[in-house]
Design a protein around this ligand. Structure first.
Ligand SMILES: Nc1ncnc2c1ncn2[C@@H]1O[C@H](COP(=O)(O)OP(=O)(O)OP(=O)(O)O)[C@@H](O)[C@H]1O
Length: 251
C-alpha cells in the first residue's frame, strides 16, 4: 500500500537528510506506529506519502503509484485516497461538527443526499452523533480530534495517516482515540501513526517502525517503544516539554 525504495529527503542541509536511504513497505490493512525522537523524520515520511514533498532520491509508491512522478493535477486524486489527522485537529472553527465532516465530501462533489446519509453514520462511528450541531469550541479536545478523524475517513480512504493525533490529549482521552483508530483499521483502512507516546505504543502492540536521524533503525511487529530520558517533545504549538528527569536539558 505504501512503499519507500531507498528514499532520501534533503531539505536544505545535504549532510543532514531528513530521511536517509529508507526502504519500507506498509501492507494493505497494516497498523504501523512511526516512532523516534523529535526531528527523526516522522513528519517528513507523512509529507512524502501525501506528495506535500518529493523524495530527493529514491521513490515513494502509494497504492501502486509512484507519487514522485505523479503529475500535479493528479495529486488531489491521490489525496482522496488518504485521510490525515494532526495533533492540532485543524477544524473549521465557524462550522458545526456536521458541516466540518460534510465539507470533506462537498469538496469532492458528493451529492447532498449522500452527505446527509453518510455524515451521521461516520459521526456515530466516532461517538459524536449527538453533537453534530455543536461548534468546535463547544467540544473537548478529544471530541475535536474525533471530529477530525470522522472528517479524515468520511470518504473511505484506503490509508489513514495520523501525525501525533494524541499529542494534545490526556492519557484517558488518548485511549479513546486509539480505540477509534483501531476500529477504523479493523474495517480495512491501513493506518500509519507518528507518535512519541510510548504508553500508547506499548499497549497497542502493533508494528513499530523506529526512525533515528532519518534512518529506520527498527521495524518490529507487536513492538514496543521506550522513549529515552533525554528526548524532548516539541508540540506543534512551539513550546518544548522536557521529560521529568531531564530538567537541565536545553533546547
Ligand atoms: N520544511 C523544512 N525545511 C527544512 N528542514 C526541515 C523541514 N521540515 C523538516 N525539516 C528538518 O528535517 C528533519 C526531520 O524533521 P521531521 O519534521 O520530519 O521530524 P519529526 O520526527 O516529525 O519531528 P517531530 O517529532 O518534532 O515532529 C529535522 O532535522 C527538521 O529540522
Amino acid at each position: 500500500m505504501i512503499r519507500f525504495d531507498h528514499v532520501t529527503k534533503v531539505y536544505d542541509a545535504p549532510d543532514k537528510p531528513a530521511l536517509n536511504g529508507v526502504d519500507l513497505e506498509v501492507d494493505r490493512g497494516d497498523f504501523a506506529f512511526l516512532v523516534g525522537a523529535s526531528g527523526s523524520g516522522k513528519s517528513t515520511f507523512i509529507r512524502l506519502v501525501l506528495r506535500e514533498e518529493r523524495a530527493t532520491r529514491g521513490s515513494v509508491h502509494v497504492a501502486g503509484t509512484n507519487v514522485d512522478a505523479l503529475a500535479s493535477w493528479k495529486v488531489p486524486r491521490l489525496r482522496r485516497n488518504i485521510g490525515v489527522v494532526f495533533q492540532d485537529f485543524r477544524l473549521l472553527p465557524q462550522k458545526t461538527v456536521f458541516a466540518n465532516v460534510a465539507f470533506a465530501m462537498q469538496v469532492i462533489g458528493k451529492s447532498r443526499a449522500m452527505i446527509k446519509e453518510t455524515v451521521p453514520q461516520v459521526l456515530e462511528t466516532v461517538g459524536l452523533r449527538e453533537k453534530a450541531g455543536r461548534l468546535p469550541h463547544e467540544l473537548s479536545g478529544g471530541e475535536q480530534q474525533r471530529v477530525a478523524i470522522a472528517r479524515a475517513v468520511v470518504n473511505r480512504p484506503a490509508i489513514l495517516l495520523a501525525d501525533e493525533p494524541t499529542g494534545n490529549l490526556d492519557p484517558e482521552t488518548s485511549r479513546g482515540i486509539m480505540e477509534i483508530l483501531e476500529t477504523i483499521n479493523q474495517n480495512g483502512t491501513t493506518v500509519v501513526m507518528a507518535t512519541h507516546d510510548d504508553e500508547i505504543v506499548n499497549r497497542m502492540r502493533k508494528r513499530v517502525i523506529e526512525l533515528d536521524h532519518g534512518k529506520v533503525i527498527r521495524d518490529e511487529r507487536g513492538g514496543e517503544y521506550h522513549a529515552v530520558g533525554d528526548r524532548l517533545v516539541l508540540p506543534s504549538a512551539g513550546q518544548a516539554i522536557a521529560p521529568f528527569d531531564s530538567e537541565e536539558d536545553e533546547l
